[in-house]
Design a binder for this molecule. Structure first.
Ligand SMILES: Cc1ncc(COP(=O)(O)O)c(C=O)c1O
Length: 373
């Protein structure tokens, strides 16, 4: 697997873990303090490291430094993944622009464009994730990609797409929420801008809403920073603290989650009650080769298709080890039927977010539940 070498991503994880301690003086606290003050001592000339809470806080800065180490690029934090999506879009587009996006990605991105950008004269075309890398780029001012796509888990060839957007001179934004920057270095694979909802696996415990934008393009990041300052989309210190605490175990959590997800996908592939399984790590998955090319592991999301909605709901309801909820990426396994939100997947499609449970117990629980259907 070649997403980025093990040495590279582990070097970044080391940096993320030590990002805070390196800047300390004798007697400083070992973990970033939660600084909830919105006012900072500011007599005279208002040039200071911290000015006002909406512009940033020491806690947020510590979190951005750790996330920046993971990305290998400057990071700007936001109070949710959608706030990061909004910042990236509103910092990039202007009236008359035409955007190319995935038709099968996170639905709220399409809804945001339809409700708030189209009335400003921005147009958008949508094509399926795997087709993005070969789609004609003529007339577009920006390309958006999300891989693996949520909820269908299809994959786009990032390097191929990035080489074409570079040739066309248009920015490529990659939503890396489902893979995380640890498993898939989208900026190194050629994307200009990385977006991530850290609400999911990066914070990892389902207790904090957060998102970030990362890019090595200084001009773009200056606009994103200005967007945050003017729109007031600044994360609070409490969430910032939880994100930096959670991301310290990202490597170990993902190891267990990916191992569990692969075992769950294999179990499901061999079970008569399941019509179809999507997991990029299955050799039989149509995206397996591409996933192996650009990801360091295959992630923790598994798509299971049951014969119908009722069977899928019964499976979720009767499996003690599946917490019935939307969202994904936490330490416990959770699942939901995505058609209930109107996603273009079969009625019996369940998106499982596989957690950190002991593997054999999780498998037994799922198998017992499948057998009982
Ligand atoms: C791929 C993707 N991008 C962005 C988001 C938005 O993140 P948040 O819920 O933190 O706003 C989500 C949420 O599910 C997502 O799945």
């Amino acid at each position: 697997m070649t997403g980025h070498s093990e040495t590279d991503r582990h070097a970044r994880m080391m940096q993320a873990l030590h990002a805070f301690g390196r800047s300390q003086r004798k007697g400083d606290p070992a973990t970033p303090p939660i600084v909830s003050s919105v006012k900072f001592n500011l007599p005279g000339d208002p040039e200071a490291p911290f000015v006002y809470g909406r512009y940033g806080t020491p806690t947020l800065e510590a979190t951005e430094a750790a996330l920046g180490a993971l990305e290998g690029a400057p990071v700007i934090g936001f109070p949710s993944g959608m706030a990061a999506v909004t910042a990236a879009l509103f910092s990039s587009v202007k009236s008359g622009d035409r955007l190319l996006l995935p038709s099968d990605g996170y639905f709220a991105v399409r809804a945001l464009i339809a409700e708030f950008l189209e009335i400003l004269g921005v147009k958008a075309d949508y094509v399926p994730t795997p087709a993005l890398s070969t789609h004609s780029l003529g007339g577009y001012s920006l390309v958006w990609v999300e891989t693996p796509s949520n909820p269908g888990l299809d994959i786009c060839d990032l390097q191929r797409l990035a080489s074409r957007t570079k040739l066309a001179g248009i920015p490529l934004i990659a939503d890396n929420t489902t893979a995380t920057p640890f498993l898939q270095p989208v900026l190194d694979l050629g994307a200009d801008i990385s977006i991530c909802s850290d609400t999911k696996a990066v914070s990892g415990h389902g207790d904090a809403l957060f998102g970030h934008v990362a890019s090595r393009n200084e001009g773009f990041m200056a606009r994103v920073r200005a967007w945050r300052k003017m729109s007031g989309s600044t994360p609070g210190p409490w969430e910032s603290f939880l994100v930096q605490r959670g991301l310290q175990t990202l490597d170990v959590r993902l190891q267990r989650m990916c191992t569990n997800a692969k075992a769950v996908a294999e179990l499901a592939s061999n079970h008569a009650k399941i019509r179809n399984v999507r997991y990029p790590g299955l050799e039989t998955d149509p995206c397996n080769a591409l996933a192996a090319q650009q990801m360091s592991d295959f992630g923790f999301l598994v798509g299971l298709t049951f014969s119908d909605a009722a069977t899928a709901e019964q499976f979720i309801e009767h499996t003690a080890s599946i917490y019935p909820s939307t969202s994904f990426g936490a330490v416990h396994t959770s699942g939901e039927r995505r058609a209930r939100w109107g996603d273009a997947v079969p009625e019996g499609y369940v998106r499982l977010s596989v957690g950190c449970e002991p593997t054999s117990h999780l498998l037994r629980s799922l198998k017992d539940s499948l057998d009982a259907l």
